[in-house]
Design a protein around this ligand. Sequence first.
Ligand code: SF4
Length: 478
Amino acid sequence: MSASAENIYAAWRQRGRVLSLLQETDGTPPETLLQAIWQHQRLRRDALRTTDGRTVRVLHPGFATTGGGPDFRGAILQIGGEAAVSGDVEADLVPGGWHGHGHDQNPNFAGVILQVVWSAGKIPAGHPPVLAVRDSLDAPLAELAQVLEQETGLPAALRGKCSAPLGELAGPELTALLRAAAMVRFQNKAATICARARHAGWEQTLWEQLFRALGYKQNVWPMLHLAETKARWLAGADSVFAIQARLLGVGGLLPVELSRARKSGDSYLRRAWDGWWRDRDGLAGCQLPRAAWKFGGVRPANHPQRRLALASHWLAAGNLPGRIEAWCAAAIPETRLADSLGEIFQAPADEFWSSHWTMTSAPLARPQPLLGAGRVTDLAVNVVLPWLWVRAREGGNEKILREMERRFQAWPAAEDNSVLKQARQRLLGNAKGSKLAGAAEQQGLMQIVRDFCEHSNALCTDCRFPELVRSWRVAAGM
Ligand code: SF4
């Protein structure tokens, strides 16, 4: 086929896209396309004005998010004659989305400095500045829909300044750098564990770290509180169910009263409530308010009730620290690292929790393990390995120390997450990002983000990391 001949498939695709776009949206783009237009700045950037007539200079459009907050974090904008400021950007099709979606009431949106909309409309008081982009596109909407549909990840122009020197490193050099950063992160965790263990003892510190890890990002503090008060609420609880009832009660996750409907029957909730009702006066001093927990954005499998159900199995088994020590002493091939630790942390089938996400949810179609395979890696790199490593260091056991470092460096990669994904795109570009083979490399990348990106801005202002990478290359003769 000659270059000028029509590519019939491309023509089909084009007609289909344009038609479906117009039919489905009546000429208005879907919100995802509006976000892509903003991220890739497919705008006449020198002609942008807010609906109240102020010029908008986009020094950086911010980084796309996947959580429940604004669509872009860390944008740098200059609006009117004001100095450039850093903040968040929210994309909605119309200005009314701000109130309609409840952003005005949501503290996660307090840092929004611009609302990007497709077309202007009535703007009520107390609204952030609004930029309507319908008349400022740099190409027809149908063309943008086609091009941006194929774009994934961060545009090259928005990559960090370190992506160039990092891109010049050969694979083994990049791995060595990431692993060096990972060891800093690992040792920092170990130092935190060691400091706490001096006051609370090794075993109590292990429980506190495990509970923290079960809290994920959102519920670290209530989980830690429960671990810190464990001696009180665990006393006398002699079965998995008894511990679950105590944990749910002390955690403030049981209703204050059961409704008449719930009082009947032998439901799990009813039995847990009965168990807690007998104990609650004696444990009132360590009970958490329900408000201590965050439920928004928590996946069902990570619901705090379910995490506490898992912890109750660990506690009821009575020998978790001993099993971890035995795992440390055993000879384990690299290919079995995650599975062998997973066998220690996985709970046996639970009469209720194997088939429910929460206390009140409908039964699941298929039983689900209380601990997902991906979580074992989080427990390993954040708790188990640093705990064992620092104990070995304090005890002068060089052999165990080296073995825990070896296991850390050999551990398979954790599940991907939005922080890692963005860091890969920003620092490494998509191609090298896909080569992060192990958990240590992932940890190293997150440490660089913490040490450098979090002290700079979206434009990488004053970040020394690119220069450090270049100097390192030169010094090492790479
Ligand atoms: S802030 Fe520094 S480390 Fe982060 S992307 Fe920019 S240059 Fe790289």
